[in-house]
Design a protein around this ligand. Sequence first.
Ligand SMILES: Cc1cc2nc3c(=O)[nH]c(=O)nc-3n(C[C@H](O)[C@H](O)[C@H](O)COP(=O)(O)OP(=O)(O)OC[C@H]3O[C@@H](n4cnc5c(N)ncnc54)[C@H](O)[C@@H]3O)c2cc1C
Length: 418
Amino acid sequence: MNELTKKFDVAVIGGGPAGMIAAGRAAELGAKVVLLEKNSALGKKLLLTGNGRCNITQIDHDARGFVEKLGHNGKFFFSAFSAFGPKEVIEFFEQKKLFTKVEKNGRVFPVTDDAIDVLSTLTQYLKDGGVEIITNAQVADFEFTKNKIGGLKLKDQIIHADRFILCTGGKSYPATGSTGDGYTWAKKLGHTIITPMPALAPVKIKENWVGDLQGLSLENASISLWQNEKKQASFQGEMLFTHFGLSGPLIINASKKINALLQNGSVTIELELFPELAIPELDKKLVLAFEKNNRKDIKNYFREILSRKMLDLILKLAEIDPDKKLNFLTKKERQKIVALLKSLKFTVSRVLEFEQAMITSGGVTLKEINPKTMQSKIIENLFFAGEILDLDGPTGGYNLQICWSTGHLAGMSSTKII
Ligand SMILES: Cc1cc2nc3c(=O)[nH]c(=O)nc-3n(C[C@H](O)[C@H](O)[C@H](O)COP(=O)(O)OP(=O)(O)OC[C@H]3O[C@@H](n4cnc5c(N)ncnc54)[C@H](O)[C@@H]3O)c2cc1C
């Protein structure tokens, strides 16, 4: 095995957004840095973000609001956010001539709508700092002595450095290179790993009839998650029906909670089509509308208020002939329709696996990492950044912001006592 004669101050493992910003920041502060990436190019997953447009960050909140969106682990993120938050990220890119724009719900994109420009900007940042970038460099193991990492074992090379930043991402979209390697090493080095789970993923539904709704999108849907006859959580947003189940931002953001609930038993998703009306109000509205339109058949009246696919399904589930005239509809039939409009129930089969999940929840436990430096509390010359951490957020630019903030902080801290 060749030993690379050069010794680095900092070695960063993983050339995703967290690794690139960490390596660039350490180099900017004067460290001799190497960035190792197992793919033939950096940022393979970054290029897929935001449907290829890259939702760089999220500016709808102050620090408190942002960390609340990250759930129970959010507090860990305060220091990293304060040092390099969304404002600083936008400034960072704009100083490098990558201009940004803000879209609905505080989502920030490059004005060019192209993730490749984000990657090029970061690559230039690395080059400007003199970072040695080694691609096709799959780190296989660590050399470890006296509670310190000494080197990284590649296929035919050992790389030595004083400090190491682990940015190998999670397990989602493994085809991009994120195959969970970092969890194995972190565990071997004494860290605790919170079981990685697919999150921000579509959901497969047991009822075959869900396929009847394929392609239908509801712009502002309201759903509730039920388990053991208790409402566990509610979500609002855009929902999409697929041939196997449910997707769209609403479901993707609910998927982490659904997966957590599935650990304790079956989960039902209840869709409420007219959330603003209680059952008696909706029923009263339909009674009046039916009186007014009594010559119309059911399908023609409902087409004014429901999409064709949804109407066909509701009538199928209520076992009502769509050609029946409204004045022949019985009270029982009307009540069946009202019940389905207020509560259309889908039984969850499973949340789709890592192949379709945008992120991984779980990862290296935050209890063993110093939030002010991203340094391991177990191995003194080890730092972590990005999705490998047990920290994640909803869609909307939160997850990349986690990478920028933690990467920047890890890069900076790794140079402190060189
Ligand atoms: C389809 C999709 C769309 C998304 N859109 C958005 C969005 O618009 N906005 C947003 O905020 N988030 C988005 N995300 C989430 C975001 O992409 C991730 O949070 C982010 O990429 C995580 O960055 P990371 O650097 O921690 O890890 P990764 O991006 O996973 O990078 C880790 C790198 O480490 C390398 N690596 C792994 N093992 C080794 C090894 N043994 N040796 C050397 N290198 C190794 C991998 O090849 C990989 O390049 C999206 C995710 C997906 C899948």
